[in-house]
Design a protein around this ligand. Structure first.
Ligand SMILES: Cc1ncc(COP(=O)(O)OP(=O)(O)O)c(N)n1
Ligand SMILES: Cc1ncsc1CCOP(=O)(O)O
Ligand SMILES: [Mg+2]
Length: 535
């Protein structure tokens, strides 16, 4: 393999790698990533969340590597870390004295407990000592998808003890690597994965990175810490297109136990922080933390100290994933069920709503504004955008995150000039022509419907699933479907194989119900299932 002239290779830090992975999700270039990163550093907002890494690895009694290193690395990076322990090793600074692999059922149960309940952003794997454990993880991740998977293919301890034998290799290659966002082998692990002789040069490392990439991971980091011929420490990063050299001067020390686990955890932790934009359930400080549906959630230690870690400025007005479970309020329905608007909004968010629109058609301006301010506090607390239906004046007065307008409401261009570039503007579209105009006029998303007949909006033409498909296919903007959508037909909407469709907007299916939170939870679970089934 011809290595680019080394002088021309851009160098990256591990933090750059993480951000790069996130930007791959968004389809942005490395250059855009670097520009936006600078922007991120200077802009902070009041929105908060807790990034979460799950490590699936072995315990190291000496606490230099394995689960213990992962926990400490994540804590040091300000990220919540849960654990699935695959094996218990007896280790110290002399070597590995014993390895006990945990029963498969125990690993499966740990995995299920965490993934079925907690909002995990990133899974990081370490010691996966048997084929069945790799398969359990593979199945678990298919059932409960996460934002990113970091695979550290731990095979041999620093002292030379085999931690995952050759029988595990095939499941690694066929099952786990294709799911990975990044795999981080050292020289020995890279050559073992490939069945190659020892890697000895940077050129070998580049070839290995490319060949491992062919096994399916989105990115490969081959770590050259043990490269005999190099006076520097050189790692090679390959993202499928470009190859990067990460070079730093070698630190002469025997204290290197746990570096691999720590690096992979650090990548996972930084990814989780970046991935926080996509996180649907947002937690503030320990007293409000809800990690789990049970009566006794864990504390998030030092949370108050992490305030700055959790703050991040939204760079785009809208993250399209926010359209996933779009809750649109209705004052009449709230009244009927004796709910206040704030209670309804809070319940919807706690049930998993990813964006909220206040559609209070019969509210007086003064009381609407007061309610909007209260709802905004709740939404900001949970990092969920709050939009106002029709009323640009209310949106401006309470500093909401944006507005939703229809074809006969305030024109998008006028709304944009009043609200500025940073607010979200959604517009209702029934046709491809309207969709194109929405994009030209500077809207951020399209609401398309009524997909099914509805009593919530009078005299509203139903466009059906075919009409929705036509709008989505023509759109250059993300689309949310609306109109008569409920638990029995949401699947048929989400299963449409169309570009740009990001979620469903619902009024009565959530708010014309006694228990808004439960209904939202059910809808969220159903939509999540449809997304998982597509993968
Ligand atoms: C997400 C979403 N999509 C469409 C609409 C409908 O807006 P509009 O056409 O202005 O009708 P009204 O809601 O004002 O009756 C919406 N509100 N939200
Ligand atoms: C506001 C709106 N725009 C198109 S259909 C509709 C009503 C959606 O309400 P429901 O979810 O109760 O059918
Ligand atoms: Mg309107």
């Amino acid at each position: 393999m011809a290595l680019n002239n080394k002088k021309n290779l851009p160098t990256l830090s591990s933090k750059h790698i993480c951000t790069h992975l996130d930007y791959q999700h968004k389809g942005l270039s490395l250059k855009a990533m670097q520009e936006e990163m600078t922007f991120t550093l200077v802009n902070e907002s009041a929105k908060q969340r807790i990034p979460h890494v799950l490590t699936v690895a072995g315990s190291d009694s000496g606490a230099g590597a394995g689960i213990q290193a992962d926990l400490k690395a994540c804590a040091a990076r300000g990220v919540y870390c849960s654990t699935v322990i695959t094996a218990v090793t007896a280790q110290n600074t002399i070597g590995v004295q014993d390895v006990s692999i945990l029963p498969e059922d125990s690993v499966a149960e740990q995995l299920k407990s965490v993934l079925s309940d907690m909002h995990v952003d990133v899974v990081k794997t370490g010691m996966l000592p048997s084929t069945s454990i790799v398969k359990i993880l593979h199945e678990g991740l298919k059932r409960f998808p996460v934002r990113a998977l970091v695979v550290d293919p731990v095979m041999v301890s620093t002292s030379g003890v085999v931690l995952a034998g050759p029988s595990v290799l095939d499941t690694f290659r066929w099952d786990l690597l294709p799911m990975a966002d990044i795999v981080t082998p050292n020289l020995k692990e890279a050559s073992t994965l490939l069945g190659w002789p020892q890697l000895e040069t940077i050129t070998d490392m580049c070839s290995a990175a490319k060949s491992i990439h062919n096994m399916g991971p989105r990115n490969v980091l081959v770590k050259g810490g043990h490269l005999p011929s190099s006076s520097d420490a050189v790692d090679i990063f390959f993202n499928g297109e470009d190859i990067y050299e990460l070079r730093s001067s070698r630190i002469q020390t025997p204290n290197t136990h746990g570096t691999g686990c720590t690096l992979a955890s650090c990548i996972a932790a930084e990814l989780a922080k970046v991935a926080k934009r996509y996180v649907e359930s947002v937690l503030k400080f320990s007293k409000d933390v809800t990690i789990g549906g049970g009566p006794q959630g864990p504390l998030d230690h030092l949370c108050k100290l992490k305030r700055n870690v959790y703050h991040s400025r939204k760079l785009q007005p809208l993250d399209p994933d926010d359209l996933f479970v779009y809750a649109v309020t209705d004052s009449g329905m709230n009244r009927k069920w004796g709910h206040t608007i704030t209670d309804s909004v809070r319940a919807a968010i706690e049930g998993g709503a990813t964006i909220v629109q206040l559609r209070e058609k019969d509210a007086e301006t003064g009381s609407f504004l007061e309610a909007a301010k209260e709802c905004l506090k709740i939404c900001r607390h949970h990092n969920v955008p709050l939009l106002i239906n029709d009323r640009i004046d209310i949106a401006i007065a309470c500093d909401a995150d944006g507005v939703h307008v229809g074809q006969s409401d305030m024109p998008v261009q006028t709304a944009r000039s009043l609200l500025g570039p940073e607010k979200i503007i959604g517009v209702s579209c029934k046709t491809p022509e309207q969709a194109l105009k929405a994009w030209k006029d500077g809207a951020d998303y399209i609401g398309s419907g009524g997909v099914f007949p509805t009593n919530t909006k009078a005299n509203n033409r139903t466009i059906g699933l075919d009409g929705l498909k036509t709008v989505c296919s023509a759109s250059k903007l993300p689309v949310v479907a609306i109109g008569g959508i409920n638990l029995s037909n949401a699947r048929s909407v989400m299963e449409l194989d169309v570009p740009n469709l990001k979620g469903v907007a619902v009024v009565s299916a959530l708010f014309h119900r006694e228990c808004v939170g439960t209904e939202t939870e059910k809808l969220h679970a159903l939509l999540t299932e449809t997304v998982a089934a597509k993968k």
